[in-house]
Design a protein around this ligand. Structure first.
Ligand code: SAM
Length: 214
């Protein structure tokens, strides 16, 4: 892990408020979540019972896209908004196709850091690394990821089910532009995003449930 990550005994898990990584884990049937995450998950289920299916379909998209990229020659992956490890993880898929694949994971939730060991079991030929950082701090991500990835060679930037947590005010578009500016021609952007297009009213209600209070 990069030297900038907090030490394990410095990790503080906030069990008083729901967190996206833990709610997603609950929707996927995982066990790395707390009652407060389940409670919010159930509120969202009441608004839209399709959420667990959407989580699984999203995960399947990440699997397919990673496999396609690896089969088409991509050997470097920067995955921001990684989530709690749920096998198979991105590096396992990429390294199954090409064992030499180099993968940098990044998330801002301390619970993902607490589970990072599960993300760091690489093939002998490849590398996996974890960076604890917020996507709204792309400079740190690029600097830390640059210790493992060669930004002069193609990189797949993975922003899967992440950007709906970043508001337009926080510069979601600019963040993507900023990150893509680091990677050369031949790189790819792997992205999925929740949409309010089909159920605008329910999506607004869901958004107001999950938005942090100010
Ligand atoms: C729905 S999960 C998606 C996990 C994984 N990418 C997938 O699609 O299976 C969203 C992840 O984004 C992370 N996240 C949310 N806001 C973030 C931010 N500002 N910076 C970095 N990660 C963030 C959450 O902690 C969570 O792990």
């Amino acid at each position: 892990m990069t030297g900038q990550n907090p030490a394990p005994d410095e990790i503080v898990i906030d069990t008083g408020n729901p967190h996206p990584a833990r709610m997603y884990d609950w929707f996927l049937g995982g066990k790395d979540n707390y009652p407060v995450d389940e409670e919010m998950g159930r509120q969202l289920l009441a608004l839209d019972p399709r959420v667990p299916v959407m989580a699984k379909v999203n995960r399947a998209f990440m699997h397919r896209a990673t496999r396609w990229l690896a089969m088409n020659g991509v050997r470097q992956f920067l995955d921001i908004g990684t989530g709690i490890p749920t096998e198979p993880n991105l590096h396992q898929i990429a390294q199954q196709v090409a064992p030499e694949s180099r993968v940098v994971y990044c998330d801002n939730d301390p619970i993902v850091l607490a589970h990072a060991a599960a993300l760091l079991r690489s093939t002998p030929e490849g590398v996996t690394e974890y960076v604890q950082a917020d996507v709204r701090d792309p400079d740190t991500i690029v600097e830390q990821a640059g210790k493992v990835l060669d930004f002069s060679k193609p990189v797949a930037l993975s922003l899967v089910a992440l950007l709906h947590f970043v508001s337009d005010e926080d510069g979601a578009y600019e963040l993507v532009d900023r990150l893509l500016a680091e990677v050369p021609s031949g790189s790819y952007l792997m992205l999925s995003h929740a949409t309010a297009d089909f159920t605008p009213k329910k999506s607004e209600e869901a958004g107001s449930c999950t938005r942090p209070a100010v």
